[in-house]
Design a binder for this molecule. Structure first.
Ligand code: SAH
Ligand code: SF4
Ligand code: F3S
Length: 434
């Protein structure tokens, strides 16, 4: 195989993977490779997700497609959580050229060089020293940028592969994060989303917590908006809740997954919070920031979930009134404790009906939240061009997509009145300046 001159990175899964994918792209560009489309590139990096069975299956079908590509088979690198979970097996089974884990991708150039010599480039180590110091500096980013501050998870929810694919909770150093945030702003970011599997577990030896990082970012000139995701209820510290009242740039949005509404199921999931303790946290957050938009993740049909327990999830959804949510059917994952539980599979149609009922309820709440926003004035950060001529799409402070007729450019922050609402987006109109 010859040394690749062009590359393409395709990321699946969570925002941390999107961030990693961008950094792998920057790494390849720093080696002199040029970005290309997936159907043309000499090197295709599949940055994979292992969270549910379907996510993992996608990788194998994508590899199959790449091998039959008209432009010839590219060098294929499997990165991300499937690479970490399946390691050498994926190289053997799918005959790919490089396998690199989420903590080892700074070594991608060496692994590609090895593959070019006809050997398997494999690195799924989880080194103590961080990869971040070995990555090239950020140069050009969009108006809304991601910044990973914390990786890994020590929570071991019984259904979840993340503690195995991403390793133990590790926080990046404060100064490195603040430097990267400044570099992102210089590279074009107006909004930064701090990322971590448990972002609110971020901390350092000097006793700082996530709210200290948020305060540091608040001081960066040119940065207009700060967000963070994903948080765990157990790490929702008072300082962070208070930051929602006192830090102007911190957006009124909180993604705080609960997963289920029944205490028995929460215990079986090893979530270490109850329905009530979760609701009490939201009360405190709402006291600090009354207009906050709440978001969450849900799993239906966990092993042994009864109809009554599922109904408790629906009741919780109604009690909270979420602005937007993600919901999934339980997927048994190899090596996790839940995969060994009895009653593993509820009949597929039961799980399907529960998911539909939950999604219908969540949809009603999203619509209600968006309806209640009509008439509000707010800032919108323009992120992309819309489908119709003259139309632009941006985000409100509450992370709603807002469609606008405007000659504003990508990256502009403009004052808007929200005029109509659907379940997934709103229409806005420019409020005349002055
Ligand atoms: N670190 C984040 C995200 C984890 S993955 C957090 O703790 O919230 C994102 C979501 O995928 C989870 O919140 C959960 O709702 C869902 N998920 C994880 N494992 C799953 C599984 N085995 N089956 C179905 N959904 C799952
Ligand atoms: Fe997975 Fe639970 Fe950790 Fe989230 S907190 S990454 S769901 S183990
Ligand atoms: Fe998927 Fe790994 Fe993220 S399993 S959700 S890509 S941490």
């Amino acid at each position: 195989m010859t040394t690749p001159k062009t590359y393409h990175v395709k990321s699946y899964g969570c925002q941390m993977n999107v961030y990693d994918g961008e950094r792998m792209g920057e790494l390849m560009a720093a080696q002199g490779l040029v970005a290309a489309e997936a159907d043309q590139a000499d090197l295709v990096v599949l940055n994979t997700c292992h969270i549910r069975e379907k996510a993992t299956e996608k990788v194998y079908s994508e590899i199959g497609r790449l091998k039959l590509r008209e432009a010839g088979k590219p060098m294929i690198a499997v990165a991300g959580c499937v690479a970490q979970a399946e390691g050498e097996e994926i190289a053997r089974r799918a005959k790919v050229d490089v396998v690199v884990g989420p903590q080892a991708y700074h070594n991608l150039p060496d692994l590609v060089a090895k593959a070019a010599e006809g050997q398997l480039g494999l690195d799924t180590d989880m080194p103590i020293a961080s990869k971040f110091g070995k990555l090239p500096a950020r140069r050009k980013v969009g108006p809304s940028a991601f910044l990973t501050v914390q990786e890994g998870c020590d929570k071991f929810c019984t259904y979840c592969v993340v503690p195995y694919t991403r390793g133990a909770e590790v926080s990046r150093p404060y100064a490195a994060i603040v430097d990267e945030a400044k570099a992102l702003v210089d590279a074009g970011a107006r909004e930064i989303t701090l990322l971590g599997q448990n972002v609110n577990a971020w901390g350092d030896a000097d006793g700082r917590g996530l709210h200290d990082l948020i305060v540091a970012l608040d001081r960066i000139e040119g940065l207009a908006r700060i967000r963070y995701t994903t948080s765990h209820p157990n790490d929702m510290a008072e300082g962070l809740i208070e930051a929602h009242a006192s830090v102007a740039k911190l957006m009124p949005f909180l993604h705080l997954p609960v997963q289920a509404g029944s205490d028995r199921i929460l215990k079986a999931m090893n979530r270490s919070h109850t329905r009530d303790s979760y609701l009490r946290i939201l009360e405190r957050v709402r006291a600090a920031r009354p207009d906050i938009a709440l978001s969450g993740d849900f799993i239906v049909a966990f092993p042994g979930e009864t109809e009554a327990e599922f109904e408790e999830t629906l009741q919780l959804v109604d009690a909270v009134g979420y602005a937007q949510c993600f919901s999934f059917k339980y997927s048994p994952r190899p090596g996790t404790p839940a995969a060994e539980m009895v009653d593993q599979y509820l009949p597929a149609d039961v799980a399907d009906v529960r998911l539909q009922r939950l999604q219908a309820a969540l949809g009603r709440h999203s619509q209600a939240f968006n309806d209640a926003s009509v008439g509000r004035r707010c800032s919108v950060l323009i992120e992309r061009v819309g489908r119709r001529p003259g139309q632009m799409i941006g985000k409100s402070p509450w992370l709603q997509s807002v469609h606008l007729e405007t000659d504003a450019k990508i990256g502009d922050l403009i004052e808007v009145e929200l005029v109509s609402a659907g379940p997934n987006s709103l229409a806005g109109r420019i409020v005349a300046a002055g």
